[in-house]
Design a protein. Structure first.
Length: 212
C-alpha cells in the first residue's frame, strides 16, 4: 500500500486531521495532502521512518516515549528560531545555506548565504522586506561580477543528497502554504541561485514580490 494511503487510513481510524498529522511529522498540510493523494512519493528515508513510527508500523528509540517539551529545535527562538526551520527536514536554513555555499569564495558565498536566509524566512517573518533584502544581496553579486569566474557544479538534487533528503521535501517545506504560482517561482529562484544565474534569480524574486 502506498504510504500516503496508509497515512489516510491511520488518520481516519484515529480521527486525526491532516493539519494535526502534518504537524506531528514536521511537514506542511499541503505536502501531506499531495502525499495522501499519491501525487508525491516520500524520497527521504528520515521522513519515511518518521511517518512509519507515527502510524505505528515502526518503532525507534527516539519515539518510544513522547516528550514534547524536549522538542527544542522547533520552538527555541534563541538557538533554532521557527522561521529558520524547514518543515519536513531535520535541518535549518543555515544547514541548507552551508551546503549550497560550500567552497564558494567570499564575498560570493557570504552573499548567497544571506539570500537563502531571507528567502526561507520571508513568509514566516518580514514578508516583502525580506524578499527585498534578498534582491539587494543578489544585486551586489551581479554588480560585482562575483559569480562570473566561479563554476558551480551543484544541482538541486545534489544539494538535497548532501542533506540526506530530496529536493521536493525541501521546497515544500520552504513554500509551506504559498499559492502555486509563488511556490513555482520560489523553486525556480533556488534553481537559478544554485546555477549562479543571478539576473534570472533577481527576476524571479521580483515576480514573487509583485504577487504579494
Amino acid at each position: 500500500m502506498h504510504i500516503g494511503r496508509k497515512i489516510k487510513k491511520f488518520r481516519d481510524e484515529n480521527k486525526i486531521s491532516q493539519t494535526e498529522f502534518a504537524t506531528k511529522i514536521g511537514v506542511t498540510q499541503g505536502f501531506l495532502s499531495h502525499l495522501e493523494n499519491g501525487r508525491l512519493n516520500v524520497e527521504s528515508p528520515t521522513l519515511e521512518k518518521k511517518i512509519l513510527v507515527a502510524i505505528g508500523e515502526e518503532t525507534g528509540p527516539e519515539n518510544k516515549v513522547e516528550k514534547p517539551e524536549k522538542e527544542v529545535p522547533m520552538n527555541d527562538n534563541v538557538h533554532s528560531p521557527k522561521h529558520y526551520m524547514i518543515p519536513g527536514c531535520n535541518f535549518e536554513c543555515k544547514d541548507l545555506s552551508d551546503v549550497i555555499v560550500r567552497n564558494m569564495p567570499n564575498p560570493l558565498g557570504t552573499r548567497i548565504w544571506n539570500v537563502i536566509k531571507y528567502l526561507v524566512r520571508a513568509e514566516k517573518k518580514n514578508g516583502k522586506e525580506d524578499y527585498n533584502k534578498a534582491v539587494e544581496y543578489l544585486s551586489w553579486i551581479e554588480k560585482g561580477n562575483e559569480a562570473d569566474e566561479y563554476d558551480n557544479e551543484n544541482t538541486l538534487d545534489s544539494i538535497a543528497n548532501k542533506l540526506d533528503t530530496d529536493w521536493t521535501t525541501i521546497i515544500f517545506g520552504i513554500c509551506g502554504e504559498m499559492p502555486t504560482k509563488k511556490a513555482l517561482l520560489m523553486n525556480e529562484t533556488f534553481r537559478n541561485i544554485i546555477a549562479l544565474k543571478i539576473p534570472d534569480a533577481i527576476n524571479c524574486v521580483n515576480k514573487i514580490i509583485e504577487l504579494g
